[in-house]
Design a protein around this ligand. Structure first.
Ligand code: CO
Length: 459
């Protein structure tokens, strides 16, 4: 029977979805050797919010974290998530930064780069994919999955064929909101497998409760890899449990090469850590439960809570229903972007503003303006021309790729940081998160000076 492979997400997505990436390196180091022998296709461990949180809250150098993971996991493929031309941030960067970031990620230990774009604009994936391939790593071309009149199976298949042309070695279907149902998974995976002979990986979240069923039907349709999290960090806004999927798939006659003894060790290791975070409030039990609102409103869970808190701040909670109705309308006007960072925030804020001002698009954020100018790339469907005209006035939208209008940034920043940055990795951290990196560099220096004084006294 066919073999199904697993990508373990506990170090990245599960950690991000359940406890806002607060797991420090020191906490999971003791389990890395076991994980290295567990037989996963890959271990997702970097990207997404890791960088931001390492620098902002954990006083960790994200690059050093990656090197340490690499040294404890010599046998595993380490995977990271990259937002195409946005790299790890919320805006587009010039190509020299994207390339240098990819180079250094691979040099520091990354084997697989999962590359996606919030709008599924291939122009935003191109540079990152080319550079990944040039560096000898695996480029996983990713679809940001959403539903809309223009997000048809046909269009997804077209995208996958183009990704293959671009040289990606695997395809990932990324259902960040957990809205893909079992039948949709079956149809889409079948269509993709028919169209290209590449391994297909399905990534979903348990948020709405569909995930186990969705994986099962995806496997039936021929999916090669599924993303799961070790049980104590599974479920809810995280991924389905690794052990449960392995158990069910074996029962159905599939070959699963994960090592059960290693999984038990991992679960035993992460259970007390989970309990500790539950106790101190880092882990909210609500994140571990099922929430079907997203299926009713087609608005991801995180976005609903943002809408609520925004209205509460403005003392307008009674307008919630209106804002909820307005959200899909704004999304339609904007050309049906998948609702994922940063488009979810942009659309949500605009919907609330439209409701509260009473005149649609009278007030717009600078991000929405930039979006309408084309600075985030090509939208899935055209932006409503009247809305675009109202927002941009006489200004003409961009033709071509926004990144082409940006000046190279790496060498210039490196010169600026002479004496502060110790290596190219420092420069990259600074370009991605200037204030956070600056603070981190200062802290690091202070820490070392303390250690140095201490050593001298000891001598
Ligand atoms: Co995810």
């Amino acid at each position: 029977m066919r073999n199904v492979q697993f990508t373990e997400t506990v170090l990245r997505d599960a950690n991000q979805s359940l406890i806002a990436t607060r797991l420090p390196y020191s906490k999971f180091e003791p389990i890395l050797t076991t994980m290295d022998q567990a037989g996963f296709y890959a271990v997702e461990c970097w990207g997404g919010a890791t960088f931001d949180v390492c620098l902002r809250y954990l006083h960790e150098d994200p690059w050093e974290r990656l090197r340490k993971i690499r040294s404890h996991m010599p046998n595993s493929k380490l995977q990271m998530l990259l937002r195409g031309q946005n790299v790890l941030g919320y805006k587009h960067y010039p190509d020299d930064f994207v390339k240098k970031f990819v180079q250094k990620s691979v040099e520091n230990g990354i084997d697989i780069i999962r590359i996606f774009d919030a709008l599924n604009d291939l122009e935003n994936l191109k540079v990152a994919i080319e550079e990944t391939l040039r560096c000898g790593a695996i480029a996983s071309g990713t679809i940001s999955y959403t539903t809309s009149p223009v997000h048809t199976q046909e269009n997804y298949v077209k995208m996958v064929k183009e990704l293959k042309e671009m040289g990606v070695q695997t395809i990932c279907i990324k259902d960040m909101a957990g809205i893909m149902g079992p039948q949709e998974a079956y149809n889409l995976v079948s269509a993709i497998k028919d169209a290209v002979d590449l391994p297909v990986d399905l990534h979903t979240h348990s948020t709405t409760g569909l995930a186990f069923m969705t994986y099962l039907k995806a496997v039936e349709a021929g999916v090669d890899i599924i993303d799961t999290a070790i049980s104590p960090f599974s479920g809810g806004t995280s991924q389905p449990a690794t052990e449960t999927m392995a158990y069910a798939l074996r029962q159905l006659g599939y070959t699963v090469n994960v090592d059960d003894k290693a999984l038990i060790k991992m679960a035993d290791f992460f259970k007390p850590i989970r309990n500790e975070y539950l106790k101190d409030g880092t882990l909210n039990p609500i994140s571990m439960s099922t929430d079907t609102q997203c299926l009713t409103y087609q608005v991801p869970g995180g976005m609903l809570s943002n809408l609520l808190s925004q209205l509460k701040m403005m003392n307008a909670l009674d307008r919630f229903e209106e804002a909820l109705v307005e959200t899909p309308k704004v999304r339609k006007d904007m050309g049906y972007p998948p609702l994922v960072t940063p488009t979810s925030q942009m659309v949500g804020v605009q919907a609330v503003t439209n409701v509260l001002t009473g005149v649609r698009y009278e007030k717009v954020s600078s991000e929405i303006k930039a979006y309408c100018r084309g600075e985030y790339g090509k939208t899935p469907a055209p932006i409503d021309p009247e809305v675009q005209k109202k927002i941009l006035g006489d200004e003409k939208p961009l033709e071509g790729r926004y990144a082409d209008t940006l000046e190279p940034i790496f060498e210039k920043t490196k010169e600026q940081l002479a004496g502060v940055a110790r290596c190219d990795e420092d420069v990259l951290s600074y370009i991605a998160f200037p204030q956070l990196a600056e603070k981190f560099f200062e802290e690091r220096k202070a820490r070392e000076e303390n250690v140095a004084t201490y050593c001298i006294e000891e001598a």
